[in-house]
Design a protein around this ligand. Structure first.
Ligand code: FEO
Length: 616
């Protein structure tokens, strides 16, 4: 039975999944399977983009038949001849004998190498200067040699702004009903597999990937359709930005990947002590036993992390077998631009360190710490300092760089509260209702989190009564204050406590939203009603993630920013009597008289802490 997925009104996914494949390309484990993507465009002409692996040919052929709805198949665009995408070409030709094969010279050469059928009468040769018009759509061809094979070609449909990207932007893992990357939590659940796919399949060819990225940057792309994994129709930058890093061999994260090969646990012991000492310095670490974790995962991790440590016992006067295979794999995948440290072990003639150095020394821009840690059989107390010295040397790279001001003067490594006021957040009246009791307070942290569904995040001080109401009821309104809001609004909602005041007693400019909660009808340019989905305890404050169920605009007036409030709304502090001693709240102007201000002091008006006070 066919299983197809609609992408646009005239483009359908006709690919298939394989969850029984043990090793992709006979070498890469795919525990969650793999998808072979193929796409059918039904314009005035019908166009199929690539075929699939022979393992899923039956489903694929059923899919095409269904998607064609009785029409003939006019064109097959062959972008990549690797058999996981070309295996069904011969059968397709038997089923659709009038089909034209759209391909480059190089693709044609490779098809002839793999298959024995008469091609020349049905080939429509293209290159970067040619286009193919299919009715409403015009296809442009982008040569992408070595991404992943030399014949690889991508296709850009300028009408729908779709890039058919061949192997690029692909991902391991079968599609579990979702076709689009935005239907899943890609960063959390699939980015590791996308990186493993990239680093192992095209990692060696970073320069060529960069060159294709350059070509792609000249195109107006709204969707990417790769040959494996998800279709990208939104937030394309999520995957494009990773490709920019990976293709340049730039690490994604600063931290240390430690890979060890240990026969009796002593080399492992040294690796783990190093990991602990690095963590003590606040440095992120991941540790792999190369005899257990598949090499493809460690290659992928090496593409992710900035620093790499290799620890290996000496074996047959060489590097332990699994470590040697990993290092050769890394070198073959062109790993570069990393800091490396080496730990060797050997009971009578430790030699692995020098040999590891030899392999990695051939890679570009690999900076290896001068001193290996060398162990005879097992780490002894006297040698723990060597591991600590290695942690120290690696840790030096992670020390905070000296920061300077505009005059190139060093600035102290402290938290200046004034810098927080530079943030561009606005000011809002947050309202809630508990039974018959209405309340509201001023907050400065509201931001949209997601668009589908619309979710916002708000930060609320736990000392506010409104906070307790939201915890209890899970509902609130946000009135976005506009620039006409007078200081009295901030005094009314910001400098009093709803626990002992009815903040709405004298407020006539209010109404109720669909959720029954009040909002301000004046000095407000927009109102958002939301229901809490998640609350995150952040110490003094709670962050509420909430789904918006009503939102409307009230005026076109500009919103109040924090800066606007301080410059134009908040009264300027009055000159103080010369002999008066005390501290003034920079937020609301409250003065606490006295020689000292306790660290845990909280402003009785606006609830800000001691950090927001300055000496008179
Ligand atoms: Fe999925 Fe290079 O083939």
């Amino acid at each position: 039975m066919h299983c197809i997925k609609k992408i646009t009104d005239d483009l359908v996914w006709v690919g298939a999944n394989d969850r029984r494949l043990a090793l992709f390309e006979g070498v890469y484990s795919v525990p969650t399977g793999v998808s072979y993507n193929s796409y059918l465009l039904t314009d005035e002409k019908t166009v199929l983009f690539d075929t699939v692996d022979k393992a899923v040919r039956q489903r694929f052929l059923e899919n095409i038949e269904e998607a064609l709805k009785g029409r003939k198949l006019d064109y097959l665009v062959v972008q990549h001849v690797e058999p996981d995408h070309s295996a069904v070409i011969p059968e397709l030709i038997r089923l659709y004998p009038n089909i034209k094969i759209v391909c480059s010279e190089k693709v044609l050469e490779f098809i002839k190498q793999f298959y024995d059928f008469n091609l020349d009468s049905r080939v429509h040769l293209v290159d970067e200067n040619k286009t193919l018009n299919t009715g409403k759509h015009t296809l442009h061809f982008v040569m992408a040699p070595m991404v992943h094979w030399p014949e690889v070609m991508m296709t850009y449909d300028s009408a729908s702004k779709i890039l058919f990207s061949a192997d690029a932007f692909g991902c391991f893992g079968a599609l579990n009903g979702a076709l689009f990357a935005d239907e899943v939590d890609f960063a959390k659940d699939y980015m590791d597999e996308a990186r493993r796919y990239y680093s192992n399949i095209v990692g060696k060819y970073g320069t060529q990937v960069e060159s294709v990225l350059d070509k792609a940057s000249a195109l107006d792309i709204e969707m990417i359709c790769p040959l494996h994994g998800f279709v990208w129709r939104s937030n394309l930058n999520e995957i494009l930005s990773k490709y920019m890093l990976w293709s340049r061999y730039q690490p994604e994260e600063r931290g240390v990947m430690i890979a060890y090969a240990s026969v009796y646990g002593n080399t492992e012991n040294a690796a783990e002590i190093l990991a602990c000492r690095l963590r003590d310095k606040g440095i992120k670490t991941v540790v792999f036993d190369v005899s257990v974790t598949p090499a493809s995962e460690i290659v992928s991790a090496a593409f992710k992390w900035s620093h790499l440590v290799f620890a290996s016992t000496t074996y047959n006067a060489g590097i332990f077998v699994t470590m040697e295979a990993l290092l050769n794999d890394l070198a073959a995948h062109n790993i570069q631009n990393r800091r490396v440290a080496i730990i060797e072990n050997g009971s009578w003639a430790p030699a692995s360190g020098g040999l590891i150095r030899e392999i990695l020394g051939k890679c570009e821009k690999i900076d290896i710490l001068e001193k290996n840690v060398s162990i005879l059989s097992a780490l002894k107390a006297a040698q723990v300092s060597d591991i600590e010295a290695m942690a120290q040397a690696i840790g030096a790279d992670f020390a905070a760089p000296a920061t300077v001001n505009q005059n190139n003067k060093a600035v102290p490594n402290t938290v200046d509260p004034a810098a927080m006021f530079k943030l561009s957040y606005g000011l809002f009246v947050l309202t809630a209702k508990d039974g018959n009791k209405d309340n509201g307070c001023i907050i400065n942290t509201v931001m949209q989190l997601t668009a589908t569904p619309v979710k916002i995040i708000i930060g609320v001080n736990k000392a506010n009564y409104t906070h307790d109401m939201i915890i209890k009821t899970g509902k609130f309104n946000v009135s976005v204050l506009s620039q006409s809001a007078p200081f009295s609004v901030f005094q009314q909602f910001g400098f009093k406590s709803g626990k002992d005041t009815d903040k709405f007693a004298d407020c006539k400019e209010v109404s109720r939203a669909e959720n029954g909660i009040r909002y301000l009808t004046k000095w407000t340019n927009g109102v958002i009603s939301a229901e809490v989905k998640e609350a995150i305890d952040c110490g003094t404050h709670t962050l509420f993630i909430a789904e918006v169920n009503q939102a409307f605009s009230l005026s076109g007036e500009a919103s109040v920013t924090y800066q606007y409030y301080f410059d134009n709304i908040k009264p300027k502090p009055q000159p103080q009597k010369a002999n008066k001693k005390g501290f003034v709240c920079k937020i609301c102007g409250y003065v606490h008289e006295g020689d000292t201000l306790p660290d845990d002091f909280v402003c009785p008006l606006c609830k800000h802490g001691a950090a927001d006070f300055e000496r008179l």
